[in-house]
Ligand binder design. Structure first.
Ligand code: 5RP
Ligand code: CO
Length: 234
């Protein structure tokens, strides 16, 4: 029997804001402190103006992540690397709709490789771009910053896009993930607009460390409570 679709609020710390010299311990620490998914930002210095890490890092992290590894590919091209990220143990592999001319084929290839496909949209990309991809994906990621860096300000104009996406998705079992500038102030807005997976880097890791992980727990709880309270009060 398959598990019912989980529409509850999920907090996905982005390790872009973690201590790069201690990624394994950082992943365990945020999971111990209540993280639902671990969000791994892969950047190539071409699709985005920053470079992080690749499939070897994901494979190294896998034993340190008990739950979901959510891999956000900010790379172009995507297709030559799909098998490597799937073999590295990624649960979700999200590719950008802007990363190439054949996103439909890319999403099929991610599923064929054994991972769950996601599609991400840059802030300047209209939501209609994913209308004909919804049958292929388990997740749509709405970027609320321009991808490439953590710690940027939330772009409020994306709230309408999230609400329109929620409408488009209807009762399909697709997660709406928000990435960029999510904190206890912005979490209520994205939750009300229809998001269920909230990526947060700076707002989770600020003030904490692997030797002081309780701060991560407080930060995660604050974002979750802000989002859940917004859903209760409407
Ligand atoms: O994909 C990303 C940037 O391209 C990151 O996931 C995102 O920026 C999270 O960091 P923060 O919460 O600090 O904005
Ligand atoms: Co990301």
């Amino acid at each position: 029997m398959t598990a019912p679709f989980d529409r509850s609020i999920k907090i996905a710390p982005s390790i872009l804001a973690a201590d790069f010299a201690a990624f394994g311990a950082e992943c365990s620490a945020v999971e111990d402190q209540g993280a639902d998914w671990i969000h791994v930002d892969v950047m190539d210095g071409h699709f985005v103006p920053n470079i992080t890490f690749g499939p070897a890092m994901c494979a190294a992290l896998r034993p340190h992540i008990r739950g979901v590894m959510d891999v956000h590919l900010m790379i172009a091209p995507v297709d030559p690397y799909i098998d490597a990220f799937a073999k590295a143990g990624a649960d979700f592999i999200t590719a950008h709709v802007e990363a190439g001319p054949h996103i439909h084929r890319t999403l099929q290839a991610i599923r064929a490789a054994g991972a769950r496909p996601g599609v991400a949209l840059n802030p300047g990309t209209p939501v209609e771009t994913v209308a004909h991809l919804l049958d292929l994906v388990d997740l749509v990621c709405v970027m609320t910053v321009n991808p490439g860096f953590g710690g940027q300000s939330f772009i409020h104009s994306q709230l309408d896009k999230i609400a329109a996406l929620r409408e488009m998705i209807g009762d399909r079992e697709i997660h709406i993930e928000i990435d960029g500038g999510v904190d206890p102030m912005t979490a209520p807005m994205v939750a009300r607009a229809g998001a269920d997976a909230l990526v947060a880097g700076s707002a989770v890791f600020k003030g904490g460390s692997v030797s002081n992980p309780g701060v991560y727990g407080e930060n995660i709880a604050a974002i979750r409570a802000a989002a859940e309270d917004a859903l209760k009060t409407g």
